[in-house]
Design a protein around this ligand. Structure first.
Ligand SMILES: [Zn+2]
Length: 408
């Protein structure tokens, strides 16, 4: 499989992720990429808090926020011993929830406009909406296909058996200080929130192992959009289609982080790789996803040095730790090609085997704080799984295919 990335100046999305270790949370975030004629001030990060209600969706241009990824493997084990209790909690959330479930009719040209908090439950996730959103009729059809395809391509499940991610995250800072989903526990389903950035403050989509939050202008009602951005000068912010590649990117973060921690390159790389390959696989069958594929708005972010056999391992080890959050992008692109290489050379189990090895060694999060010793452990795991020469082979593959050779 070859990528055909256009170096377009079209507005696209760059997803940035941050992960947390220990008791905090992880957030994988999207930023608006820089359009040559627009401000780059929206390079922002939204902080998610997985465990408490005290954190704010901070917006910063300087650093990735960290969060903690849930130790899914450990939790799954723990929870399995209290299965009865967990099952009861999950079934009870419908009795607790204060808002109504809405239905979509499957037609991409029909829309439901939300007038209050509401939700849609699917097999593997629950969508939590707020008011002033315009949801196309095929939205759940498309998200179901995306989650299934991520699972298929990565060989891991979206909802690890026995895992319980606790009470639905408190998103009160997106919702004016109110927690609409208080006391709801949806078990191991992915928690997917939608928010309208009314001020606006530059919120961006992001993800944790528990779930993801999407701030996507295309899902705002027209009325809300026109109130927030009344000037025609802001029209460029809103596409006339939904960019499902952002949903693939963030949901890949949630699904992968449920199985293991990752380094920056490994974390963003797999989200980027899936952001293309999942869309490619679904484009023919799902018209609204096909629009993204045909837009060909994929491109490579700049990298500081061309990759070859001599430097590939060092670059992986350094994990672009010196690049400021606001200027990130290299880890996305290098990681994307690294996974493409692994997929081509190693086959369909490329991700599942890597994830399992990282999990078995209980490697800690290498995203937020740079730790050379920890990064060395990630290097070792890659060599154990893919062979001692995996990095030199990757460097040679890049040169042979003219990937990651242009520095700009
Ligand atoms: Zn990301």
């Amino acid at each position: 499989m070859k990528f055909h990335y256009l170096k377009t100046k079209k507005i696209s999305a760059l997803a940035l992720a941050t992960i947390m270790v220990g008791s905090v949370s992880l957030s994988a975030c999207s930023e608006e990429s820089k359009d040559s004629t627009k401000s780059s001030s929206e390079v922002t990060t939204t902080l998610e808090n997985a465990t408490s209600a005290t954190e704010e969706p901070s917006v910063t241009t300087t650093e990735a926020t960290a969060e903690a990824t849930t130790q899914a493997t450990t939790e799954a084990t723990t929870e399995s011993t209290t299965e009865t209790e967990t099952t009861m909690t999950v079934s009870d959330w419908h009795d607790v929830v204060q808002y109504e479930e809405i239905e979509l009719d499957g037609d991409k040209d029909h829309y439901v406009e939300t007038t209050d908090f509401c939700y849609i439950e699917s097999e593997k996730y629950v969508l939590f909406f707020e008011k002033d959103m315009k949801i196309p009729g095929d939205f759940v059809t498309n998200l179901d296909a995306i989650v299934d395809e991520i699972e298929k391509q990565l060989g891991i499940v979206a909802c690890p058996e026995g895992a319980d991610y606790g009470e639905v995250m408190n998103k009160k800072l997106y919702y004016g200080g109110y927690n609409p989903w208080e006391n709801c526990n949806i078990g191991n389903k992915i928690q997917i929130f939608f928010a309208v950035d009314r001020k606006p403050e530059g919120w961006i989509s992001c993800a944790t192992s528990e779930g993801a939050t999407f701030v996507e202008y295309e899902l705002y009602s027209d009325e809300a959009w026109n109130l927030i951005y009344p000037s025609d000068e802001d029209a460029w912010r809103r596409r006339d289609y939904i960019d499902y590649s952002i949903f693939v990117h963030e949901l890949t973060h949630s699904i992968t982080l449920r199985h293991s921690n990752l380094s920056k390159i490994l974390c963003e790389g797999i989200a980027e790789y899936m952001g293309y390959s999942v869309i490619q696989s679904l484009a023919d069958q799902y018209p609204s996803i096909g629009v993204i594929y045909e837009s060909e708005s994929y491109f490579d972010y700049s990298i500081p040095e061309a990759i070859n056999a001599d430097n590939a391992e060092r670059i992986f080890l350094e994990d672009f730790n010196q690049i400021k959050h606001a200027n990130r992008g290299a880890e996305y692109t290098v990681g994307k090609y690294f996974y493409q290489f692994l997929h081509e050379k190693y086959g369909a189990d490329f991700y599942a085997d890597l994830s399992q090895a990282i999990s078995e060694k209980n490697l800690q999060d290498a995203y937020q704080e740079y730790d050379e010793n920890l990064e060395k452990q990630y290097v070792s795991v890659c060599k154990e799984v893919f062979g001692e020469n995996v990095f030199t082979e990757f460097g040679n593959w890049c040169v042979e295919n003219n990937f990651l050779q242009e520095v700009y």
